[in-house]
Design a binder for this molecule. Structure first.
Ligand code: HEM
Length: 538
């Protein structure tokens, strides 16, 4: 490897320590001094005590002692791959982002994950899966940090610590490692009826995917796209796998979980190594950016709601191909840092209160997880666009910044002329109206309906899918110790569907409660996995 070089932007590039191949004629210490022995400590004679002056011993063991970093507080277990995204150009009418342009190819890094298990947990457990994509676009990094389920457990980020505390292993016994089969999870999701929709998706076959290559991905929240003239459109992002959506059956998931806990990461790596590159189409559902931010009566700021594809077909805007495995799990998969705030011109956030909380949380957690504020300089996180920031110093600074005046305007380093041109190619937040109102801690009334869409989902299932859902609730609730939690769960099911409730009650050996409120009667039942191509963007 050659000496590290520094780009005009101050970021180290090229070889040196940034890209070290294993091998070579001799070993060195961290300073590059050649070693003659790395197998024996320096001792006072072959049988004597080890000498404190043995710096190589201390350096080797000290470095080893600090090899581990904190695992992610959620989504700790994951697998990732490099790839390329090719824009179709179909989004040009509604979005000015360069990477969506026709035939524009953008490098990407995608990390799939489970949510609740620790880093060493099994892949095939029943859980939501993360589907996070980093686009290294010519205009900066864009991260689409989504899941394989289109809705979320909660409507406001302030409850995120609560739902995760409930879903993680019990604080006393630290079990279960990665499943929803326990009292606190069911306690939470039955006390918070907004969690009903996501829970139902988890209990469906979507909770046990066959492969990362066969999962849909969803941005979940509604985002705001901006066109070249400043016009805006609200959208929901969807990833549609070319291989279709497939799941394991529960017995399979149990066996693979035991026989091969690395089933999903092995499947992804093996497929890529064999040249069977997985592909997904990125698509958008589009909605007019009206002041209410609703579509067909659905509140677009409520992350517990979908918009059925019959009402708003998913329109393809590009193709993702994963074509290379990471060279080093730690450097890439473990150190990658996604953030919903990594946006490029043409893409903005909305007031969804869950998304707003995420805008704070990711940077905050990464400061701890990645040891300070300079993790954007790690190779996997480094933008492919030129950087000229005024962020300086801090733990693990690897750039050698030149110049004396990291502030603007300045008259010493040539100032900062390009800011003078305002928004030409720059990221400018959409100057959306902010409704005047009282400061309140409350949700809008349009967030109140927690049962119409779960019922819609249940009614859209085939008989065999319903059987699987009943079996999943029965198995998972069967693991609860608290009778009251099971009984409350049955009351929730009674509000989704009488047959679902009765069958799970029978499985648990409990009486089925009657629905306390009339069942919502949604029209028409959506084919949720259908790929809509019928509503062209232009
Ligand atoms: C990590 C998705 C809600 C906090 C992740 C990851 C994904 C994800 C995919 C893994 C990223 C990776 O592979 O490194 C989502 C989705 C959400 C959601 C789709 C809702 C729609 C939230 C909320 C919060 C939150 C509400 C907090 C207020 C975190 C944190 C991490 C994380 C702290 C760990 C990040 C890291 O250590 O790098 N999330 N999340 N998430 N999420 Fe979320």
């Amino acid at each position: 490897t050659g000496p590290a070089t520094v780009s005009p932007t101050g970021r180290p590039t090229g070889a040196g320590q940034a890209d070290v191949a294993q091998g070579g004629a001799y070993l060195t210490n961290a300073q590059g001094t050649r070693l003659h022995d790395t197998d024996h400590s320096l001792k006072a004679g072959p049988r004597g005590p080890v000498l404190l002056q043995d710096h190589h011993l201390r350096e080797k063991i000290t470095h080893f002692d600090h090899e581990r970093i904190p695992e992610r507080v959620v989504h700790a277990r994951g697998a990732a791959a490099h790839g390329v995204f090719r824009g179709y150009g179909t989004a040009a009418r509604i979005c000015k982002a360069a990477f969506l342009g026709e035939d524009v190819k953008t490098p990407v890094f995608v990390r799939f994950s489970t949510v609740l298990g620790s880093r060493g947990s099994a892949d095939t457990v029943r859980d939501t899966r993360g589907f996070a994509t980093k686009f290294y676009t010519s205009e900066g990094v864009f991260d689409l940090v989504g899941n394989n389920i289109p809705v979320f457990f909660i409507q406001d980020a302030i409850k995120f610590p609560d739902v995760i505390h409930a879903g993680k292993p019990h604080p006393d016994r630290e079990i279960p490692q990665a499943q929803s089969a326990h009292d606190t999870f069911w306690d939470f999701v039955t006390l918070h009826s907004e969690a009903t929709h996501h829970t139902l998706w988890n209990m469906s076959d979507r909770g046990i995917p066959r492969s990362y290559r066969m999962m849909e991905g969803f941005g979940v929240h509604t985002f705001r796209l901006v066109d070249a003239e400043g016009g805006t459109t609200l959208v929901k992002f969807h990833w549609k796998p070319r291989l279709g959506v497939h799941s394991q059956v529960w017995e399979e998931a149990q066996i693979t979980g035991g026989v091969d806990p690395d089933f999903h990461r092995r499947d992804l790596a093996d497929a890529i190594e064999a040249g069977a590159f997985p592909q997904w189409e990125l698509g958008v559902q589009t909605f007019p950016d009206n002041p209410e931010q609703t579509f067909e009566g659905i509140d677009l700021l409520d992350p517990t709601k979908i918009v059925p594809e019959e009402l708003a077909p998913v329109q393809p805007v590009g193709l993702l191909t994963l074509n290379a495995n990471p060279s080093n799990y730690f450097a890439e998969t473990e150190q990658v840092a996604f953030h919903t705030g990594h946006l490029v011109p043409g893409i903005d956030v909305t007031n969804d209160p869950l998304l707003q909380g995420r805008m704070f949380s990711y940077l905050d957690t990464q400061l701890t997880r990645l040891g300070g504020p300079n993790f954007a300089q790690l190779p996997v996180n480094r933008t492919h666009a030129p950087v000229n920031d005024m962020l300086r110093d801090g733990m693990h600074q690897t750039a050698v910044h030149r110049g004396v005046a990291p502030y603007r305007p300045n008259s010493l380093d040539g100032g900062c002329p390009f800011l003078a041109g305002a928004d030409d190619g720059a990221y400018v937040e959409v100057p959306a109206e902010v409704a005047a109102g009282r400061k309140v801690r409350e949700a809008p009334a349009s967030f109140d309906d927690h049962f119409t869409q779960p019922r819609l989902f249940w009614l859209s299932m085939t008989p065999v899918e319903r059987e699987h859902i009943v079996a999943a609730y029965t198995f998972e609730l069967g693991k609860c110790y608290e009778q009251a939690v099971k009984e409350r769960a049955l009351k929730v099911l009674a509000r989704i569907d009488t047959e679902l409730c009765e069958q799970v009650a029978t499985g648990l050996g409990l009486p089925a409660p009657a629905a306390e409120e009339p069942l919502a009667d949604p029209a028409p039942s959506p084919a949720l996995s259908q790929v809509g191509r019928t509503w062209p963007l232009d």
